[in-house]
Design a protein around this ligand. Sequence first.
Ligand code: NAD
Ligand code: MG
Length: 399
Amino acid sequence: MQNLVVLGATGTIGRNTLDVAARHPDKLRVQGLTAQRDVEGLFELCRLHRPRYAVLVEPAAAARLRDLCRDAALDCEVMEGVAAICELAAHPEAGQVMSAIVGAAGLLPTLSAVRAGKRVLIANKEPLVMAGALLMAESARHGATLIPIDSEHNAIFQCLPSPARCGERPKGVHRLILTASGGPFRETPLAQLEAVTPQQAVRHPNWVMGQKISVDSATMMNKGLELIEAAVLYRLPADRLDVVIHPESAIHSVVEYVDGSMLAQLGQPDMRVPIAHALAWPERWESGVGGLDLAALGRFRFEAPDERRFPCLRLARFALRQGGALPNALNAANEVAVEAFLQHRLNYPGIPAVIEEVMDAAAGRQAGDDLDGILALDAWAREAAAAAVAELGRSLRHA
Ligand code: NAD
Ligand code: MG
């Protein structure tokens, strides 16, 4: 019996994780759940899964959850703040920690789990982009086990010679090919992209996901972040990492070996598959998802991504090749730009415009190798991005 802590429990990945965990009460016990501020959402999950601990970032929200749990006679200790999330992520009795907070906000809790030597199931890709070297070094030092949840990196993990280990360059691998659906705007005429709305951008053809990653999928920044994530997890240089658009989202990624063999993992576009794989690894457990009906699918298509359509992919490739401060700056600027887009303060082409401006300004800056340096660069890039958003917003209003 293992204790499971889910960071970001109320999100898409968090809920899918709890769905899988609830299928295996003989193997997993839900020990702790965390969220930012969704009181009702977390309370409902506490009633269903009976965790020993629950944490909300916002104190007022935590106070309300405490009342609700007391009134419902739940034996759940409710805590508040980021420090409490970090403490829970490192709890001595926690066996597996699902890292599923969205964005850079997940860095400190993920680092805390890594430094406690936990088995960390990592969905939260942004910390790997902003602080990949630090996370991998700390993981090696403290004997943590990282298992990727991102469907592409999980697919690659499954196709590597076993036992696969994140943070080590796999033997005999020539190239990793990340598949991408191409998102909702794969075929939208380029001239129309100027006017696409947040509602259109979050309507993903194949996957149900949180808002931020849905916009990232539309711009293909998601695939750009995933290239950097793959470089960090599998220690391969930029020229060994490729992206191919595969609109069916049936093949989740491909490992090409030096002998020309290519191994792929296939499955339904349902995150419970990689989640169950990671929870069970090296065993296999039921996920609640069946296999694919290949004959019904009929055919698989592949196409090369067009960087004019997806400038964010070009920017991420550049950040990966240059390294230094750029991946962190790219990630921070993207988070700020996507939020502004979702709030109608920035138009869709404004997203890559803001990121490029911040990356240009970041080119001469120190990378910041330790945590303080990384957080300082992140904060600087967010300020620069906010200024660029305001500037672009002004010029749009005057246009
Ligand atoms: P989501 O928006 O659905 O959920 C985010 C969760 O994080 C919520 O529980 C929220 O309360 C919590 N959270 C948000 N801000 C926080 C903060 N400042 N402090 C603490 N907690 C905070 O997101 P999601 O789609 O579940 O994605 C989570 C992560 O997994 C992201 O990094 C995403 O890129 C990655 N991922 C998601 C999918 C998917 O299918 N959804 C696939 C691959 C990778
Ligand atoms: Mg992915």
